[in-house]
Design a protein around this ligand. Structure first.
Ligand SMILES: *Cc1c(COP(=O)(O)O)cnc(C)c1O
Length: 417
């Protein structure tokens, strides 16, 4: 006799053909805009053309004085750290659970990422920051994990009291915010990725937001140099003599990526509103499924829904492992259910365990992490199962099929034990 479960030979719950989620959404208008850019310019050395158009639109959207595009989110973070004058030996407090590039550029600067325990939702725990501050601490970097904004009120107060720069990695959280303020605008600078699956995508690319002119000039010096630095850095500024070379790197966005990102930015709020609807449905229905817990978004907190995360409760399913539960969901055709891989507690990565293998002379004793160092973040990560969040009304049908798949595996879990 065959089982009802697809993993054991039954019929899959999800009947729609995969892939079920592709990002960014591209239509004929998007295609026309990128093609028009191809005909107008494929290189923009100054702040002109599509780069200026995109940066102006980002400034309008986020309400910041400056937005500077970069080649990637990693480059945006690298530039933001350099612009914040992070120097060799300096310490920066970063969440223990994030995508590594939130913190990894610090190694390039000879600075030390100091990992901070997170809350169960994966965001940095403000109550654990103070104990990590030393005379070498210069800044706090905050990720808004999966698009849920971290509580910036406490973090801003700590940064202010201890005279530290507050920096944000908004790469999951374009358009997210709390109390009406957008993620990425709370501190000295906010760095964002425009990479493929991010809520705002140019395929590749990134940007930094800041209200501070000096930080802006420093980012131009680090990421752009030559024409743009010569045009924009005032002649009497101490960085002006370095305009031709900058700091030796070149981290510009590609104009085709800028055209794509600009097209997407105009749609971002529509995407987020659509995601909000489907996320509300998924939150309610998945939370009613034994084995899964989905916390509601707190009042006043707006997520970008880069992912909807559920806490897997194996204790509610007779001890069934998350790996096996996930395998059964994928067999049901619910192929977008995912266990977070590269976005994991950084103490589990060789770069954070043995940085001096890659960076000889690194002050290794101060950043040598081991598995088990961050029990809350590690436990949360090990029990997280996530879904991308659809934004179109017609995708609600697919979301319903995903809920059916989860219900089915949950109800029949005994067959998997
Ligand atoms: C994607 C991402 C980055 C890196 O951005 P790239 O554009 O891929 O270089 C950094 N931080 C977080 C949290 C990210 O999700």
């Amino acid at each position: 006799m065959t089982s009802f479960l697809a993993l054991l030979g039954g019929t899959p719950a999800v009947t729609a053909a995969a892939p079920h989620f592709s990002w960014p959404p591209i239509d004929d208008i998007t295609r026309a805009k990128v093609l028009a850019q191809l005909d107008s310019a494929v290189s923009t050395p100054g702040r002109s053309g599509i780069v200026a158009v995109l940066e102006d639109a980002l400034q309008d959207y986020f309400g910041t004085r400056h937005a500077i595009t970069t080649s990637s989110g990693t480059a945006a973070l690298h530039a933001a750290y350099w612009a914040a004058r992070i120097q060799p030996g300096d310490e920066v407090i970063v969440p223990a659970w994030t995508f590594h590039a939130t913190a990894s550029p610090l190694f390039q600067l000879g600075a030390v990422p100091v990992l901070c325990e997170t809350l169960p939702d994966g965001n940095i725990d403000p109550s654990r920051v103070a104990e990590l501050i030393t005379p070498r601490t210069r800044a706090i970097m905050v990720t808004h994990l999966w698009g849920k904004p971290a509580d910036m009120t406490d973090l801003a107060a700590i940064a202010k009291n201890r005279d530290l720069d507050l920096l944000e990695d908004g790469s999951h959280a374009h358009g997210a915010g709390h109390s009406g303020q957008k993620a990425g605008t709370f501190g000295l600078a906010g760095a964002f990725s425009l990479n493929g699956p991010k809520p705002l995508s140019g395929g590749e690319g990134g940007f930094v937001l800041t209200d501070d002119d000096d930080t802006y000039y420093r980012i131009l010096t680090f990421a752009h140099y030559n024409k743009r630095a010569r045009d924009e850095i005032p002649k009497d500024h101490p960085l002006a003599p370095y305009a031709v070379t900058g700091a030796g790197l070149k981290l510009r966005i590609h104009p085709l990526a800028a055209a794509l990102a600009h097209d997407q930015l105009a749609r971002l709020d529509t995407y987020l509103a659509g995601r909000e609807e489907i996320a509300a449905y998924l939150t309610r229905e998945l939370d009613r499924t034994p084995g899964l817990e989905v916390a509601p978004m707190p009042e006043g907190v707006k997520s970008s829904w880069y992912a909807l995360t559920a806490v897997y409760r194996s204790d509610q399913l007779g001890g069934l492992s998350l790996g096996r539960f996930h395998e059964a969901l994928v067999a049901e055709g619910a192929t977008e259910f995912d266990l977070p891989g590269s976005t994991r507690p950084l103490n589990q990565l060789p770069l954070y365990q043995h940085p001096s293998h890659l960076f000889p002379g690194y002050p290794a004793a101060r950043s040598r992490y081991r598995p088990g160092d961050f029990p809350i973040a590690e436990k949360a990560h090990a029990h997280t199962i996530k879904l991308p969040v659809w934004h179109r009304e017609q995708d609600l049908k697919l979301a319903e099929q995903y809920v059916s798949a989860a219900r089915k595996v949950s109800e029949h879990h005994k067959e998997l034990l």
